[in-house]
Design a protein around this ligand. Structure first.
Ligand SMILES: N[C@@H](CCC(=O)N[C@@H](CS)C(=O)NCC(=O)O)C(=O)O
Length: 219
């Protein structure tokens, strides 16, 4: 199995990069400079017509959509246990949360960060205000999910849901209410940030601004 990940530091590609490291499989990476528009070159658009990262070349074929890529990798590497098996009673909860993150939180994040680019700049503030509500309501939902004391979002075991959720929680670090300010998310984030694979992906992507290094979780 061969993998090449086209990524930008801290972007949606980070969840896939993190998973490849967590799986311990061989893979290559290609940096996409999204600030200079490298995702809109004809060569890149041929691989990924949405002009976004991530793109993961899987055995020579370009594949897209961060949540789908995580689910695909979980299927291709079942021994890693990053998704409950189809027969498992935790499968429904895992599917529910993956789709919730992909359907609800990711689009709200896109609106928050790209309101004035994807839409009319004059309406950007209204779009961002709604996006912010949706993002905060997602933190409410995930926070309640962890209220029973579980260590991870699906039945207390690390899964693709955590990799995607924490990648998205990181994006809230400069928002009015970062995810770290929710009661149960705070300890959860600190636990996930302590994973060697998370520390590794941050180092590989050159990210230093959302780690546990100060002893207290940063916001
Ligand atoms: N639904 C896509 C969203 C991908 C996405 O919006 N990626 C952003 C970075 S987080 C991007 O490539 N932005 C550059 C652009 O839109 O020009 C996924 O989850 O893979």
């Amino acid at each position: 199995m061969s993998y090449t990940l086209f990524y930008s530091p801290g972007a949606a590609s980070m969840a896939v990069h993190w998973m490849l490291i967590e799986l311990g499989v061989d893979f290559e990476t290609q940096l996409v400079d999204i600030d200079s528009g490298a995702q809109r070159t004809p060569a890149y658009l041929q691989m990924n017509p949405t002009g976004t990262v991530p793109t993961l070349i899987v055995d020579g074929v370009p594949r897209h959509e961060s949540a789908a890529l995580l689910m695909l990798l979980a299927e291709r590497h079942p021994a890693a246990g990053l998704a409950p098996s189809p027969a498992s009673r935790d499968r429904a909860e895992w599917l529910e949360l993956m789709i919730y993150l992909a359907n609800t939180l990711l689009p709200a994040m896109r609106d928050w960060f790209y309101a004035g680019i994807d839409g009319d700049a004059i309406h950007a503030d209204a779009v961002k205000a709604l996006a912010q509500r949706r993002i905060e309501s997602a933190w409410d939902r995930l926070n309640s999910h962890l209220a029973d004391g579980r260590a991870y979002l699906v039945h207390g075991k690390l899964s693709t849901v955590d990799l995607l959720a924490v990648t998205l929680m990181r994006w809230s670090r400069n928002m009015r209410r970062p995810a770290t300010t929710w009661q149960h998310l705070s300890g959860y984030i600190e636990r996930l940030r302590a994973l060697p694979s998370f520390i590794d992906v941050n180092q590989r992507e050159g990210l230093t601004d959302w780690s546990n290094s100060t002893g207290r979780p940063e916001q």
